[in-house]
Design a binder for this molecule. Structure first.
Ligand code: SF4
Length: 223
């Protein structure tokens, strides 16, 4: 059983941010640490209730690339860190092979609380809906403002939808870079968990190679 949410344990003061439509919330943070502290008490959508904690992004403020996944998984929720589960390990290996140093990039998720359905003792991943993705854009937008990376990498459909503001067919669009109206460049690719779900070993290896090619392209886009 996951431990109770920090709010429930009385470790974090109760605060209520207004609904996302109001676009009024805590003041603009001056640092990633300040932003992380604000996000720890976020209630912009209902996902905070069942998750253990907010899993905020990690990495240096001067990162050349920001990688955005979908949401924390079971292990990330417990550890409080993004990309530490099985998909995170695949991601780390491929990043290293592509020559991208993990501690020089920033990794985060489009949605910062773990959404799941309980099944016996297990917590099964559940895809965030459009409202939850929209609510959590509040945080990612500020992460990007503070970091100002050369390139933002959307890992999978949820990240692409959050970053580009519309549903994107990732398998068709992968490997392409989109420039948003605010000048942010977004490179679209799959989420590394997609590789883990492929059963056939030859297909899995082929997909690893495609993802490696994408990461090599991202390295070139980093100044
Ligand atoms: S998922 Fe995002 S918007 Fe929803 S409560 Fe968590 S931090 Fe806030």
């Amino acid at each position: 059983m996951p431990s109770p949410h920090p709010h429930a344990r009385g470790e974090i003061p109760e605060r209520h941010w207004p609904k996302p439509e109001g676009e009024v919330g805590p003041p603009q943070a001056a640092s990633l640490d300040e932003l992380r502290a604000q996000a720890e008490v976020c209630r912009r959508c209902p996902l905070w209730r069942d998750a253990t904690r907010t899993v905020f992004g990690e990495g240096p403020r001067d990162a050349g690339a920001v990688f955005v996944g979908e949401q924390p998984g079971d292990q990330e929720d417990l550890a409080g860190k993004p990309f530490v589960g099985p998909a995170g390990r695949v991601f780390d290996q491929i990043l290293e092979t592509a020559g991208i140093e993990r501690d020089k990039v920033y990794v985060t998720n489009a949605v910062k609380h773990f959404k799941f359905e309980p099944r016996g003792k297990r917590r099964i991943h559940s895809k965030p809906n459009a409202g939850e993705i929209q609510a959590c854009r509040w945080w990612m937008g500020q992460e990007l403002d503070l970091i100002g990376p050369d390139i933002v990498v959307a890992l999978g459909a949820t990240a692409a939808q959050s970053l580009l503001g519309k549903a994107v067919p990732v398998t068709k669009m992968r490997g392409r870079t989109f420039e948003r109206e605010d000048g942010v460049r977004v490179f679209v690719t799959i989420h590394p968990s997609f590789i883990l779900r492929i059963r056939d070993s030859a297909d899995k290896e082929a997909e690893r190679e495609r993802f490696l090619d994408d990461m090599k392209a991202v390295k070139k886009l980093m100044a």
